[in-house]
Every structure is written in C-alpha cells, then in structure tokens.
Design a binder for this molecule. Structure first.
Ligand code: DGL
Length: 252
C-alpha cells in the first residue's frame, strides 16, 4: 500500500481529458497533474526535444513525491516512454498508446480504424505496431492533425473550428470505410462535439479509460494502490493562461 500521489502529465490541457477516467478507476488515489502548456504543442517538435521535455516534466512530478507516472499524452508515450523508464527505474511509468491499441484491437479486430493524432505520433508509427501486436487484422488510416492542438489550448474550438477539422481530416472515412475514429491525442476529446457534429455516424474512441485501467492494473500488481485519498488533487501548468483553470474547473 502506498498513499503517495500518481503523477499525470501532458504537453498541456489535453491530459485533463484523462483525469475523470483516472479518478473514476482510482478513487483512493491523489493525482498531481502537470500540463506543459507553455511549450505545447509537442507534436510538431523533434523527437529529441520531446524526449528532453518529457524527462523534465516527469522529474518535476517525481520531485513532488509521486509514486508512479501515468502519461496522458500519446506523443510522449510514443516517443519517450523508453527514456522515462530508464531515467526513473524505480517508478512505474504507464504509457497511453499500448493500452489504447489493445482495447481498439479487442473492439475492432477485423475492421479498419481511422486515427487522428499529432504529427509526431503518426510519424512514429507506434499505433500501427501496437495494433498489430494485439492482433488487429484491419488497416489503420492515420491523419496527422497537430494543428488542432494550439486552438484547443486556447479554447478556440467553437463551430467555426469545424472547417479546420474538415480540411485536415479530408475524405478519411470515404477512403477507409472506418466506422470508428480513435482520438490518438488527448487534446482531441475536447473537440468531441465538433467531431460528432461533422461525423454523426462515426463512433469516437477515447483512450482515457484504457490508460486508467492499465494504471490501476500496474499499481495493483506492485501492491502500490492507496486505501484512502491522502490529499486533494493538484493541478499544475507551466503557463499562466486562464484557459488551464477553466479546463480544470470543468473536471472537478
Ligand atoms: N496531448 C498530446 C497527445 O496526446 C500532445 C499534444 C501536443 O502537444 O502536440 O499526443
């Protein structure tokens, strides 16, 4: 048993989309969330920069006494998971891509899957590899939509943002025949309303539950779950923007 907090982090506000699922699956755990909004988007940066930033983010949370890290960021999970595990060998580090792909493969084994993610995630190919590993037999049709991240960070995603989405996604569903759209960037659940309006017949897959369940499974296996919440959750952000506070107030 371990009452220390779980560190949850992302390049910015996106990771907050995983917090409700984490709180739900792990009601006795304190969460310390860190969003690096000042340096977002990560998904348009080089792999070496993403790795460096991810190590700094993780260190900040470990210095605050976190017992484990749950990476609420697909880009960091694709690019920097190995570096994080090597840098902090005593701390369980849970990435979002593997559990997401495992669940997708279970739900849509023989079907084509559409994915939107950051440019770094699409380029990295981690979703393709993980889907194959978990027995997915259909094809993956991925679109890089890293340009969505800044407007989401700024909360500028009203109906006028639909045009940007349509232009970036293009004829993805006609081409793929996919009936599901995997949100391979944790910022994208915050444009779920836009996506539902544009593609009402397409199911949206949000990997938050998969991350939460995997985090629980790993802590349980190591006997590191807490039996009571030791303190209130803490939300930290590297930028001064009031958008972060607005996003946080929505999940409480
Ligand atoms: N939220 C992040 C993800 O899941 C990355 C967004 C970004 O900073 O580009 O990939």
């Amino acid at each position: 048993m371990d009452k220390r907090a779980i560190g949850v982090f992302d390049s910015g506000v996106g990771g907050l989309s995983c917090v409700p699922a984490l709180k739900n699956a792990l009601p006795n755990e304190q969460i310390i969330f860190y969003g690096d909004s000042a340096r977002a988007p990560y998904g348009l940066r080089s792999e070496s920069e993403i790795k460096q930033f991810a190590l700094e983010d993780a260190k900040l949370l470990i210095d605050k006494g976190c017992k484990a890290l749950s990476i609420a960021c697909n880009t960091i999970s694709c690019v920097a998971l190995d570096e994080l595990c090597s840098a902090f060998p005593d701390v369980p580090v849970v990435g979002i891509v593997e559990p997401a792909a495992e669940k997708l493969a279970e739900l849509y084994r023989d079907e084509n899957i559409a994915l939107i993610a950051t440019d770094a995630t699409v380029k990295n190919g981690a979703y393709e590899r993980a889907l194959k590993k978990y027995g997915h037999c259909g094809r993956l049709f991925a679109r890089a939509c890293g340009n969505f991240v800044s407007p989401i960070e700024q909360g500028k995603t009203g109906p006028e943002f639909d045009t940007v989405i349509k232009e970036s996604i293009g004829p993805l569903f006609e081409e793929s025949g996919a009936k599901v759209l995997a949100l391979g960037c944790t910022h994208f659940p915050f444009i779920a309303e836009n996506l539902k309006r544009l593609y009402p017949d397409i199911a949206l897959f949000n990997p938050a539950d998969a991350l939460a369940q995997k985090t629980k499974e790993i802590l349980k296996a190591r006997d590191m779950l807490s039996d009571e919440k030791a303190a209130e959750d803490i939300y930290l952000c590297s930028s001064q923007s009031d958008t972060f506070a607005r996003f946080v107030s929505r999940i409480k």
